[in-house]
Design a protein around this ligand. Structure first.
Ligand code: CS2
Length: 488
């Protein structure tokens, strides 16, 4: 089957929406995974179309593997977004990516692109672990071997290293101001990114550091954003479905739910796309949007993933159909998460929770429990322990959030070392005892400092809840009664 490309499309009924010869590369995007293609690239294409403003072509950079760059390059950067579920639009070809680079293989080129005068924006979707920060201090982890190597002056391989070296080159060449836009599920993601970049700059030799820090302060903005769209990993079956629809082979196609949302702090150092014309919301209240999303949607997602994994369920859609699991999610959101956050003006909390559960139930999405359950060490603290803490501080028991944390612990203890998909898999296995029961696993993981703060680790109520739930999950794992006793 012929491969998708601009030339190949000419022979089909499908068209590229943008006038590609007019696009200018105004954005460098770091982390070219499925999410970025289904979210950032779509919003940007729509903004360019709506505002007739072609200066926001995207240079996409893959971070850990070169696979997506290899898929997109022969396709002229084109790829399909195939929406799944109620209200899905027909498959659409997105044309906002003008170049795809493997950051692993061409780190110097990444720095050069960030430093190019045409670049006005650097966007990031690198997932939580890509930031290489210490979650307790929210500073760059200066013990991280890759960060140390980048600070030593090699062509940078960490994202923070690439951004900072790019900024350093902009400062030297007078390439002008630039905005760095984090689009990951982290509270205060803009402020965090700014801190990490400054930490990197501060750790450079004094002569380099001082000028750079002053230049960054005057020329770089780090707005925070909240992003939302469920985008599962693309399967071979998805690629085959797109091929049937398109009549061409698209190796870079992505599937996504119809829903998408982007809330952006209006804090830009230079020009920006008219993203508001493609449905993004500019707001001064991004922190409230982000905590609502993390502690309602992402927290429930993680809960369903770990409960689902405990009973051998493959998808989130299956897990949310289990009455006990859905009720546990709802109760966690309504009784524990909602009372411990301040919602953005105009958001109806209960409606939001119902909508989240409805989106999880989308049977066509095939979002796997394994994918959502991956990288738990990076997610559990932000999504769940925040609610545990908030509920305890309010003098109540975080019963349901503790269930989700116990289910994570059960997953970590149950997964053989090679299967645990987590950047701290080795460290987690190292603290786990041979004999894995509630009484040994719960204290061991409560003592795992990269995830659990000392206050919670020593909290007796929390520990008792974890032990209670862990035993229930453990006793049910081999039976098929689907943890039906959860409510008891
Ligand atoms: C999910 C998110 O994989 C995960 O951890 O919870 O990727 C989730 O699908 C998105 O944040 C939805 O916007």
């Amino acid at each position: 089957m012929e491969r998708l490309s601009i030339a190949a499309l000419a022979g089909t009924g499908h068209k590229v929406a943008l006038q590609r010869d007019q696009l200018e590369p105004g954005i460098v995007h770091l982390g070219l995974g499925a999410f970025a293609r289904a979210h950032t690239a779509v919003f940007t294409e729509d903004a360019m179309l709506a505002a007739d403003d072609p200066q926001w072509g995207i240079i996409g950079v893959t971070q850990r593997s070169d696979a997506v760059a290899r898929q997109l390059t022969p396709q002229d950067g084109l790829f399909t977004v195939d929406e799944r579920g109620e209200g899905a639009a027909p498959a659409r070809i997105v044309s906002s990516i003008v170049e795809a680079i493997s950051g692993r293989d061409n780190p110097d080129l990444v720095v050069e692109r960030i430093a190019a005068p045409a670049t006005k924006i650097v966007t990031l979707t690198i997932t939580e672990k890509g930031y290489r920060f210490n979650p307790q201090t929210r500073n760059l982890d200066l013990d991280d071997a890759e960060t140390i190597a980048d600070l030593g002056g090699r062509p940078p391989r960490t994202t923070v290293g690439q951004i900072t070296r790019g900024l350093q080159q902009r400062c030297r060449t007078g390439a002008g101001p630039v905005t760095v836009v984090s689009c990951d599920n982290l509270p205060g993601n803009g402020e965090l990114t700014g801190t990490l970049v400054r930490n990197f700059a501060e750790a450079l030799p004094a002569g380099e550091s001082d000028d750079l820090l002053a230049w960054i302060a005057a020329n770089v903005a780090f707005p925070s954003t909240m992003v939302d769209r469920m985008v599962p990993a693309t399967t071979d079956g998805d690629l085959a479905a797109v091929e049937r629809e398109l009549g061409l082979r698209d190796e870079a196609a992505v599937v996504a739910e119809p829903f998408k949302q982007w809330v952006i702090e209006d804090n830009f150092a230079a020009d920006r796309p008219r993203w508001e014309e493609s449905g993004a919301l500019f707001s001064n209240d991004v922190a409230a949007w982000e905590s609502a999303k993390l502690r309602l949607l992402n927290a429930s997602h993680s809960m369903l993933a770990y409960l689902g994994l405990a009973v051998g369920m493959e998808t989130i859609a299956d897990a949310v159909e289990v009455d006990a699991f859905r009720t546990a999610c709802r109760s966690m959101m309504l009784e524990e998460a909602l009372p411990s956050i301040t919602l953005p003006a105009g958001m109806d909390g209960e409606q939001y929770c119902d909508e989240v559960l409805r989106r999880f139930a989308n049977p066509a999405l095939g979002h796997t429990t394994a994918k959502v359950g991956s990288d738990g060490s990076q997610k559990v603290g932000l999504r769940l322990l925040t609610t545990v803490r908030g509920t305890l501080d309010a003098g109540r028991e975080p019963k349901w959030a503790a269930l989700a944390v116990a289910a994570w612990m059960h997953h970590v203890a149950g997964a053989p070392a090679t299967e645990l998909n987590d950047p701290l898999a080795k460290e987690l296995q190292a603290v786990l005892p041979e004999d894995r029961t509630a009484d040994t696993v719960v204290p061991a993981l409560l003592g795992f400092r990269p995830v659990v703060e000392p206050y919670l680790a020593g909290h007796e109520t929390f520990k008792a809840l974890l032990l209670h739930w862990y035993r229930i999950i453990d006793n049910n794992k081999a039976s098929d009664n689907r943890l039906a006793s959860l409510g008891n």
